[in-house]
Design a protein around this ligand. Structure first.
Ligand code: SF4
Ligand code: SF4
Length: 73
């Protein structure tokens, strides 16, 4: 059965390094135009409905910014 992923992004911890952006096989992540409290462009998901919950982004992030939950579609 197809999986749907749900991301929780702790924007305040993100340093905008883009490791997760490059890790997403579906190219769903990009940096936000606005700045977080630390002055970085934090990551955001462009189309949450397309996320398959593979967790490549969360695995790649050195700062544990992204949490991924998976559920059946
Ligand atoms: S869980 Fe997978 S598909 Fe979803 S945003 Fe992260 S890398 Fe992309
Ligand atoms: S979520 Fe993590 S890997 Fe992605 S840009 Fe922010 S700090 Fe870097």
């Amino acid at each position: 059965m197809a999986k749907q992923g749900k991301l929780t992004i702790d924007e305040s911890r993100c340093k905008g390094c883009e490791l997760c952006v490059n890790a997403c096989p579906l190219h769903l992540l990009k940096l936000s135009p606005s700045l977080n409290a630390k002055g970085y462009h934090s990551v955001m998901i462009t189309d949450p409905s397309q996320c398959i919950g593979c967790a490549a982004c969360a695995t790649m992030c050195p700062d544990i910014v992204i949490k991924v939950e998976r559920e059946d579609k």
